[in-house]
Design a protein around this ligand. Structure first.
Ligand SMILES: Cc1cc2nc3c(=O)[nH]c(=O)nc-3n(C[C@H](O)[C@H](O)[C@H](O)COP(=O)(O)OP(=O)(O)OC[C@H]3O[C@@H](n4cnc5c(N)ncnc54)[C@H](O)[C@@H]3O)c2cc1C
Length: 389
């Protein structure tokens, strides 16, 4: 088969997947978003449908029962879903980061045991890095794992963990040697399933991102087999977690595009319906300037996101590209949401419209998977590294 035939097949496959997602969103998601969002209710039925669509295995390789999608297709799926209800994308995103940690760095036994069950959604979960006293500065975590024969005993707290209540398994970042210098050499990552000593202490209340559970997790003498240490070697945990976050940042960028796009689409429609001073507001130049800026911002965000996904798919180091995409697309989401709200006037502030949701969901994109302050630092460091004098 020629390269061109392969490319055409991949394109066709991507089109079919995106069509299936669109039909599902139209039929089973859109009619229920407002109700679930306002009740902050976990979308149990949608999760079952997401399993059938294969979303929990979207980026897991076909060798382990996943769809094996490239990051480029995955980003388009995420954008589409986030356009409709951003919270849904969080249910499989951190799950797929956990899967990426196992697939990239796990032992063959760990891959064989977990990846097929992650792919079907039989086991679902996420990524547990953040602690009450450490988020950006992950080397400052305190969760401690002490070796005890063929087990480790873990004590401490994780917070803000997405899927913390409804998920049962997490890529868990711990300190195996708190005295190590540099500190990351004393950090390790486990595939940790809930069990005695691993409990949820509370559901966290949030400004937005409703429907999906964010929780604090407590570990009290939680015993975990040494065979659950990802890769079987201590000291590589931060590297494993950061490797998984490259995909996570492309996902957050795609979510930002989805929100920026939804905010724009709603503004384009509303501005043609709403009339002031005898004409639709889209005919006022002040509104046109906003629409023009919003559309350009969205397009730039998309191109950066696809560029980062392309680098990821080529297996290149892409923390700079993923950082740029995540930074720009999340800021685009915030700006487009606010501009859309202004265009909607008082109705933009009402729960009858979707805009207030975009407005409260968008800032999370600036915080999650590494804050935008951190992204700019990563970009700058890579710039210097790639351009030595
Ligand atoms: C809804 C939600 C869901 C989340 N889901 C998860 C999850 O599933 N798993 C998980 O592990 N975590 C999750 N998080 C946590 C999230 O990743 C952290 O909140 C984020 O990494 C920032 O950490 P922090 O909150 O501790 O802020 P801090 O690290 O305390 O930062 C505070 C401020 O200081 C800035 N700052 C810090 N260091 C520097 C520096 N060197 N230079 C310049 N500025 C700096 C930051 O950018 C920020 O503006 C979630 C958070 C939220 C709100």
């Amino acid at each position: 088969m020629t390269d061109r035939t392969l490319a055409a097949e991949a394109f066709e496959q991507e089109g079919e997947i995106l069509d299936a997602i669109e039909k599902w969103l139209e039929r089973d998601v859109r009619p229920h978003v407002m109700r679930l969002e306002h009740a902050d209710e976990y979308p149990v039925e949608m999760v079952e449908q997401m399993k059938e669509l294969g979303l929990f295995g979207a980026t897991i390789s076909t060798d382990y029962g996943g769809l094996g999608l490239p990051a480029g297709t995955y980003a388009k799926i995420v954008e589409k879903i986030a356009e409709t209800w951003m919270s849904l994308s969080g249910i499989f995103n951190s799950h797929l980061i956990m899967a990426a940690c196992v697939e990239r760095d796990g032992t063959e036994a760990q891959k064989a045991l977990y990846l097929p069950r992650f792919a079907t959604g039989e086991i679902r979960g996420g990524l547990a890095l953040t602690e009450p006293d450490a988020g950006t500065d992950l080397q400052g975590i305190k969760l401690r794992a002490v070796r005890d024969g063929d087990h480790y005993v873990i004590n401490g707290t994780k917070t803000w963990i997405s899927n913390g209540i409804h998920g049962s398994c997490f890529a868990l970042l711990v300190k195996t040697d708190p005295s190590a210098t540099p500190p990351h050499k004393g950090m390790s990552c486990f595939v940790a399933e809930k069990g005695p000593g691993f409990t949820v202490s509370k559901k966290l209340e949030k400004l937005g991102y409703k429907g999906i559970d964010s929780a604090e997790l407590i570990f009290q003498d939680y015993r975990i087999g040494a065979d659950k240490l990802i890769g079987g070697v201590e000291g590589r945990g931060l590297q494993t977690a950061l490797g998984g976050l490259e995909l996570g940042r492309i996902n957050v960028a795609a979510r930002g595009c989805g929100l920026a796009s939804a905010a724009l689409n709603d503004a384009v429609s509303y501005s043609q319906i709403r009339k002031t001073f005898g004409k639709p507001i889209c005919e006022h130049q002040a509104i046109q300037l906003k629409l023009g800026e919003m559309a350009t911002r969205l397009q730039a965000a998309r191109l950066l996101t696809y560029d980062a996904a392309r680098a990821y798919d080529k297996g290149e180091r892409c923390d700079m590209e993923a950082g740029m995409a995540k930074y720009f697309a999340s800021e685009a989401a915030v700006e487009n949401a606010l501009e859309s709200m202004r265009i909607h006037g008082g109705y933009g502030y009402s729960k009858e419209y979707h805009v207030e949701r975009y407005y409260s969901d968008a800032p999370l994109m600036c915080i999650g998977e590494g804050t935008n302050e951190l992204q700019r630092i990563i970009i700058a460091r890579q710039l210097i590294k790639r351009n030595p004098i």
